[in-house]
Design a protein around this ligand. Structure first.
Ligand SMILES: Cc1ncc(COP(=O)(O)O)c(C=O)c1O
Length: 440
């Protein structure tokens, strides 16, 4: 008698654990040989098992795992709606573009409106503003928190300013009370880019739950991963409709893939100038995209999400270890700083080489690279100095002096759960030997 598919599936999934144990042995750290990574995937057999489980369904597009992930993710953060997309950049694109939805009526953003932003950051926080024909207004950031200078934000707001779109830089919450107050006073939308900040809190509440919408990335460098992936959350019913529609080709219909007639009026509605009863499945209320993820990505995410609280506490512990190690070099580096109301689940440990340190950032990062210690710059430095952005239509509120300093003098080290105490201690030792070699 042939075996049932359920039995075969169970056998395959058991084999996955055996495979994981054989394939992904933890190797010993050999200083100078084993790379000290700044980020990376942290997983066990459960993620692979879930991925294989989903592949055996062969549903491929959004299905049971997507539904589970979206529900769990919203419930973890305390948000009403959550939408899985194929990257953090896509999350930024749909969240921002939703502000231009006709569903928002007279509140909607229009081309030519201004949006407060920063140049010291990741390009795809800025890109949706430009791609939608709006004008970014650049504000300088503080060295240490790497977040926007609130006084400059207040001064920069003009009659055309309609929104604020900011990241919590490297997981460090910006001054949310002050920014929310500015938004309330001037009736601005606030979008929080939490791509680097999943699990960070402000006044004991998760970041991403203060603005009108928030975005997350699940690329391997981030707090949880699906390889590629992202999410948008919101509590606003209109924004949620716009976000879903923009993600799903622009369609008006909100049936899940494979379902029909969830709204109960599939053949009875009247939309635009279409004939009465035109199939709702093919009615488009936004000029949209297809930015959906697959169920296999979601299957990995479901398991990663269970590990998120532990991942965040390891990130906090690693940050503390870096801080203790760096204390003795404080005359050479500006160390990171968080607001007292916040508890960041740090994406990384950023430092800025002091002006009179006697060496350059690049000299040090080259030295660390030679000793197998990975570092990264704070993303694009000053995005306005990047080739893609020369000549864009924008307003610079004040000087971008600190942004330029970050471009020249700032770098970050890893806090991800894959980095160990021994690796941090080795890195600190190497920084010390670099300073000694310079007789500093
Ligand atoms: C602040 C910020 N926003 C957006 C993104 C884009 O995310 P993704 O790589 O998933 O497109 C990143 C990527 O690292 C990021 O750091």
């Amino acid at each position: 008698m042939s075996r049932s598919h359920q039995d075969i599936r169970a056998d395959i999934l058991n084999l996955v654990k055996e495979y994981y144990d054989a394939r992904f042995q933890k190797s010993e750290f050999i200083p100078g040989i084993t790379p000290v990574r700044y980020a990376g995937r942290v997983f066990d057999f459960r993620e692979i098992s879930s991925l294989v489980d989903s592949s055996l369904d062969f549903w491929l597009t959004a299905g049971r795992f997507t539904k589970e992930f979206e529900l769990e993710f919203a419930s973890f953060l305390g948000a009403k709606y959550s939408f899985l997309v194929n990257s953090g950049s896509s999350a930024n694109l749909v969240a921002f573009t939703a502000l231009m939805s006709p569903l928002l009526k007279e509140k909607k953003l229009n081309p030519g409106d201004e949006v407060i932003s920063v140049a010291a950051g990741f390009p795809t926080t800025l890109n949706p503003i430009i791609q939608n024909g709006l004008i970014p207004v650049f504000i300088d950031v503080e060295i240490g928190t790497y977040n926007v200078i609130v006084e400059q934000v207040k001064k920069a707001i003009g009659p055309k300013t309609k929104a604020i779109f900011l990241a919590h830089t490297l997981g460090n919450p910006f001054n949310i009370d002050a920014i929310v107050e500015v938004c309330r006073k001037h009736e601005l939308f606030l979008i929080e880019d939490c791509c680097d900040a999943l699990g960070s809190t402000y006044k004991n509440k998760f970041v991403g739950t203060f603005g009108h919408a928030a975005t997350f990335s699940f690329y391997p460098a981030h707090h949880i991963t699906m390889g590629e992936g992202g999410a948008v959350i919101t509590n606003d019913a209109f924004l949620s409709r716009a976000i879903r529609s923009l993600r799903d080709w622009g369609r008006d219909c909100y049936c899940n893939g494979g379902d029909n007639n969830t709204c109960g009026k599939r053949f009875t509605g009247k939309y635009g100038n279409l004939p009465a009863g035109y199939d709702h499945k093919y009615v488009y209320s936004h000029i949209g995209y297809n930015l959906k993820a697959t169920d296999m990505q979601a299957a990995i995410g479901v398991e990663q999400l269970k590990k998120l609280p532990e991942f965040c506490s390891i990130r906090r512990k690693n940050y503390k270890n870096w801080m203790e190690g760096f204390k003795k070099f404080e005359d050479k580096f500006i160390l990171p700083r968080a607001l007292s109301e916040s508890d960041p689940a740090w994406f990384a440990f950023p430092v800025t080489v002091r002006e009179d340190a006697g060496f350059t950032r690049t000299e040090l990062t080259n030295y660390l690279d030679y000793h197998k210690i990975e570092t990264r710059n704070l993303f694009g430095g000053n995005l306005l100095k990047q080739p893609a952005y020369s000549g864009i239509n924008c307003r610079i509120a004040d000087t971008l002096d600190n942004t330029d300093r970050i471009m020249n003098d700032t770098f970050f080290l890893g806090t991800f759960p894959g980095i160990t105490e021994a690796q941090i201690a080795y890195s600190i030792e190497k920084i010390e030997s670099f300073l000694n070699s310079k007789k500093l």
